[in-house]
Design a protein around this ligand. Structure first.
Ligand SMILES: C[S@@+](CC[C@H](N)C(=O)[O-])C[C@H]1O[C@@H](n2cnc3c(N)ncnc32)[C@H](O)[C@@H]1O
Length: 311
């Protein structure tokens, strides 16, 4: 049994409002669904960041100063690595080791297989685990570049993101760099469909969290009695997803020896996806010792990759 998942289920479903972390979306089924989401026209985030990585590759690598010394390239929440591979292809494999970090063992295995085929000369050292745990194990005394793409930072509330960036900066030495992929604030008409695709992949992705609990903890969530409900608030710039109970119901989780009551319309918060502007970012980076060195934007100005350097 995954003890951390078990503890978070008990804590999250006992709270008001109920919540579960989006990091538990990613098992084999969740990883495959996320790849489908990234290929949907509504999910503009991947296209926008892919465009930056494929059209501005040399400008990004110039900022990395990759040829100066041997460096360690870390990626937090690497997923399928499609965007990163654009950079890896243009780098000299003698100069770096790539360390993809992900909570999903399945995602890491698939990425490793893909790299062995497409870029066999790149040395790859995957680490399976939670960002925070892996961060603590990083050595300070190496030249490093850290990638955190796909607007994954936006899955954290600002106070958590601020603490996270501070912790990350503590593991970096002067001159080390952090490349963040961040989705920009814009109209609801563009953002909301990205979390509510017509094909229903995002809905299936959210509901898979309940299927996972059913199979891993012998629970009896009736998926037909929960509905995926996305929302985007233009004022705050926060997109959120919830699973809403369609009726009053009781759910048993046998392996945890727990029972949870749901009222009709009661929700389980599953994910936030914060959208950014420079003011919000300045608050998140304040006091971290990291300074913005360069910003890369896609042609539609939907997304940005921000390069930060440790002072
Ligand atoms: C939204 S996907 C993005 C993947 C990739 N960065 C991209 O931009 O295409 C998030 C990835 O981060 C991983 N992940 C999510 N939360 C995590 C956590 N707390 N610790 C480690 N990995 C995590 C997931 O397994 C998944 O592969």
């Amino acid at each position: 049994m995954n003890l951390q998942f078990a503890e978070e289920i008990i804590e999250g479903l006992s709270s008001t409002p109920k919540h579960l972390s989006s990091k538990w979306f990613y098992d084999k089924i969740g990883d495959d669904l996320f790849v489908k989401i990234m290929n949907m026209p509504e999910y503009y985030l991947t296209d926008a960041e892919y465009e930056i990585f494929s059209k501005q590759t040399s400008a990004i690598l110039d900022e990395f100063e990759v040829n100066k010394s041997q460096l360690e390239l870390y990626e937090l929440g690497a997923g399928d690595g499609t965007k990163t591979i654009q950079l890896l292809k243009a780098m000299d494999p003698k100069n770096f080791t790539y360390h993809p970090i992900d909570i999903s063992e399945n995602a890491l295995n698939q990425l490793q297989e893909r790299l062995a085929k497409e870029l066999p000369e790149v040395s790859v050292a995957p680490v399976q685990g939670e960002y925070f745990e892996v961060l603590e194990s990083l050595s300070k005394n190496e030249s490093k570049i850290i990638l955190f793409l796909g607007s994954n930072l936006g899955n954290m509330h600002d106070d958590v993101a601020k603490q996270f960036i501070k912790q990350l900066a503590e593991q970096m030495q002067a001159g080390d760099k952090l490349l963040l992929g961040l989705d920009k604030m814009k109209s609801k008409a563009i953002i909301l469909p990205a979390y509510n695709d017509k094909q229903g992949y995002t809905e299936a992705f959210n509901l898979n969290l309940l299927s996972r609990i059913n199979s891993e903890f012998d629970a009896d969530f009736n998926l037909a009695q929960f509905e995926h409900r996305p929302n985007y608030d233009e004022e705050t710039g926060i997109a959120s997803s919830a699973l809403v109970s369609k009726c009053k119901q009781t759910v048993n989780i046998k392996s945890l020896d727990k029972t949870f009551e749901f009222e009709e319309n009661e929700s389980i918060q599953t994910e936030i996806s914060r959208k950014y502007n420079l003011d919000i970012l300045e608050n998140v980076f304040a006091g971290s010792g990291l300074a913005i060195k360069k910003e890369f934007n896609d042609s539609r100005n939907y997304f940005m990759n921000v390069l930060l350097e440790k002072n």
